[in-house]
Design a protein around this ligand. Sequence first.
Ligand code: HGY
Ligand code: MN
Ligand code: MN
Length: 414
Amino acid sequence: MPEQPSDVAPPSSVAALLEEIVDIGTDQTRGGYSRPVYSGAELDLRDWFIEHATRRSLDVETDRNGIIWAWWNPTGAPLRDAVVTGSHLDSVPGGGAFDGPLGVASALAALDQLRRDGLRATRPLGLAVFPEEEGSRFGVACLGSRLMAGDIDPVKAARLVDDDGITFAEAAERHGLDPSGLGRDEEALSRIGTFVELHVEQGRGLVDLGQPVAVGTSVLGHGRWRLRITGQGNHAGTTLMDDRRDPMVAAGAIITAIRDVARAQPQARATVGRIVPVPGGTNVIASKVDLWLDVRHPDDAVTAAVVADIAGRAAAIASTEGCATHLVEESVSPTVQFDAGLRDRLGAALPDAPRLATGAGHDAGVLSAHLPTGMLFVRNPTGVSHSPDEHVPDADAEAGATALATVLRGLLGA
Ligand code: HGY
Ligand code: MN
Ligand code: MN
């Protein structure tokens, strides 16, 4: 018997939902939020989502890859060809409040709106939370969705190690998962007919266009590499300047060269946001330096060429300092064009919403190779992301949830 509007609680606002988690994972040192996958903070956020899903009488499960699914299936139909929406709850170090959680909270709020309106869904609706989208703890972006899709070797994934030497398998096991179950999940994939992810915009497009919501068109290809520069560790006081093989000096010149290579390639972006000298003592010449390179470009071949150019220049610069380099690929994601039919369907449902490409990676980008996938973006007046300055005004957050409800209503065959 389909639900009646009186059967369900009044819709939660996105702002109210996000307010409930505002204190989870705050980072007093960096500012913003640090919510690595399977950390106490991210587990608390998982509990928050599961509590809300359970309160809404959804069928909730965490699958063997650590993805949380919450199903609304009023007709009791088999979980096939479902409409799924969701995002992630993990963050970058010192990240903003909206990157990930906005999509999860909006999914709950949109569901509330559909049920308040008495929607007679003809297909199941799934709300999903994907683990390790940022790759901040184990180095591979969108690890959960890649595992489900079979886009990463589960043995390689299990062996990924965080800064404390804990493997992904150990972290997953501590969360109650069986590491031997990691990997492509045909059953999970077969349930999804369409996936739509709502996400805070991580740029100024909507600000300049004067609209609260956009329909996503593409995800910029991106990859990340670890560059190790090896020199000679030594004493800061007893080692003459001419007797040094200092990888920190090489690293400084290499980082500037990386910037110059990217500047010289139209549309390319290259970033070094993380650098770790070993051993890292104030009075110690480092023996090695690890730095991580993030390179992005619309053309995957150009990304590869930019990385090759950087690798060559890094080796040459290191050599002048008596150092050596070694580059290791950590994760690469091709440029993705979202399913044109779904994109146009979302656009038809939201005629005021402009079309917008994103320079940020998303689980929707991974799933796009496996099933019809689309995105909605919500205005961020600062245009800043991966920073405490990321922001979404309450009114825009509600506009996003209403837009999500609108497209879900159409997809659910109302
Ligand atoms: O790095 C990215 O583009 C995304 O925020 N994970
Ligand atoms: Mn992010
Ligand atoms: Mn994100």
